[in-house]
Design a protein around this ligand. Sequence first.
Ligand code: KG4
Ligand code: ZN
Length: 360
Amino acid sequence: MALNVNTPRSEPTPLVSANILGIETSCDETAAAVLTHEGKLLSSVVASQHEVHSPFGGVVPELASRRHLENIEGIVCEAMKRAHMGWHDLGAVAVTRGPGLAGALVVGVSFGKALAFALNIPWVAVHHLAGHLASIWLDQPDFPPPFVVLVVSGGHTHLYFVPHEEDYQLIGRTLDDAAGEAFDKGAKMLGLSYPGGPALERLARAGNPDAIHFPRPHLNRGGLNFSFSGLKTALLYYLRDLERKGQSCPKPDLAASYQEAIVEVLVEKSFRAVRQYKVQGLAVVGGVSANSRLRACLSTRARDLGVGLALPRMEFCTDNAAMIAVAGWRAYRLGQYGSWDMDVAPNLPASQLGALASVG
Ligand code: KG4
Ligand code: ZN
């Protein structure tokens, strides 16, 4: 489908519920998705840039924005095609406004705003973390508040208490590295390629998680806050020590033990929050929620304690536009539209989730 939008319609779509196009370009995934006005997902397309950044061992911002620019039109058209929708079937365009890489965000926001303007429909500015939070509703639209949610990704490790719908209260956060960062940096030290998290998990499958006891940082202090930088340093010193003594240790054991330390802290703090806030539900979202050891430990503990657990489908753990479309769909129904002069917000604070959209 060619991107050729004709004269804007004079009648805007009724502002109750609408078919939504979601767009996500905050980091190294160019993604688009279409959701019906009833909240049913029709398509979700993700173009990963892993091969672009892999030789550099991490995301190179300039290369990311260039690749978004090359991909965005094709990815949006593909999502529309798979959804069997025409441009004028859309009632709003939801786009990640921040936080993220400035140049990468600009591509999605400019594209989404221009498309919405041409179609004479609103655009909805979505907070990236609100998108991750919304990922649970793709499969569990009725997961009921009150609950606690852990957002655990490459840039964030944040706990929120959700007493009511659209009310997100930040109750814990990492004081230094995010858990995804700990996975990525640990993977790099073990000589694994980018992205490190999934690579480390694969290696850990053949290892013994009890082989080495790495510290569980902040496990018994810091309330609901996290700290992962000490764990990364512990791995660095352990590897240096081995080298100095001329010894070796099976890499799968190193990976499994390191992963176990991260997982244990995430699980313990999440259920501590559940206890502290006296809720019966826990949701865990974001890239690291794709980790199968974490998912298994969470499931076992939730079952033992009779706590309802919401985990996104694997494809919706890491960055995607389906979650942005859902967040946008909910915000649209609350009348939260972006203004035309609203710009990207690379440093949008995690504490300012407000409702699902980012305002101001
Ligand atoms: O949510 P996401 O795609 O992007 C951000 O918003 O940051 O999360 C990416 C992070 C990366 O640090 C990646 O290594 C980690 O999620 N990740 C994993 C796994 N899959 C992705 N970490 C551990 N195990 C995995 N299977
Ligand atoms: Zn993300």
